[in-house]
Design a protein around this ligand. Structure first.
Ligand code: GRF
Length: 207
């Protein structure tokens, strides 16, 4: 289904924002027909906020301490996304678990990127978990967000072989390179209306 206007994305990020940068680069180079409507961070010092400003996007710091509950904070974030008419929320290194309130408000409209081949190694320190487990292949996953932690329907994945001399840092760096390709690609499929979720499976329709 062709869109009349480019997809409006809101990105939620807590830190460095290299995945956000990959999305910005894909938009600026014309590889991704989308608009970055707003970037929200729960950390005032997040580099992601600077990256957004440099691109000319509204960068909003929201302090969780100013809200009485997780739900209240999430409602406020939803408010900012809606003010900016964001149609898809992309989590990119967002270090907060979304409340059910948030997830239910945007059904099928929230994506996340995770540095492992889910369902292996969800949660924090996925690369460390992979090394400790001794897997030979890890990777990255982009998935829709449901009410669990890293449990939503998988959109796309890429495998990254683990080397014998890998440390958490070297493995994370090689996975990150792949993440930067994978996330814009997943968003493009969404923007093109090609993703169809049936149960746990996400089907990619041909154009
Ligand atoms: C990435 O590894 C991403 O998969 C994980 O958090 C990290 C964020 O990195 N969810 P960055 O802030 O995008 O550079």
């Amino acid at each position: 289904m062709a869109r009349s206007e480019p997809l409006r994305i809101g990105v939620l990020a807590s830190g460095r924002g290299s995945n956000l940068q990959a999305i910005i680069d894909a938009i600026e180079s014309g590889k991704l027909d989308a608009r970055l409507a707003v970037v929200v961070s729960d950390r005032a010092d997040a580099q992601a906020l600077e990256r957004a400003q440099k691109h000319g996007t509204d960068a909003v710091f929201m302090d969780p301490k100013k809200y009485p509950s997780r739900e209240a904070f999430d409602q406020a974030v939803l408010g900012v996304l809606s003010e900016h008419r964001a149609e898809l929320a992309c989590l990119a290194g967002y270090m907060r678990v979304l409340s059910s309130t948030f997830v239910r408000a945007l059904p099928g409209q929230i994506m996340n990127i995770h540095p492992a081949l889910l369902p292996s190694f969800p949660g924090l320190h996925a690369q460390r978990q992979a090394l400790e487990h001794g897997v030979k292949v890890s990777g990255a996953t982009v998935h829709f967000v449901n009410e669990g932690v890293d449990t939503g329907p998988i959109i796309c994945q890429v495998a990254v072989p683990v080397r014998e001399d890998d440390t958490e840092e070297t493995l994370a760096a090689r996975i990150l390179e792949q993440e930067h390709q994978l996330y814009p690609r997943a968003i493009r499929l969404y923007a093109e209306g090609r993703l169809e979720v049936r149960g746990r499976r996400v089907y990619v329709n041909e154009t």
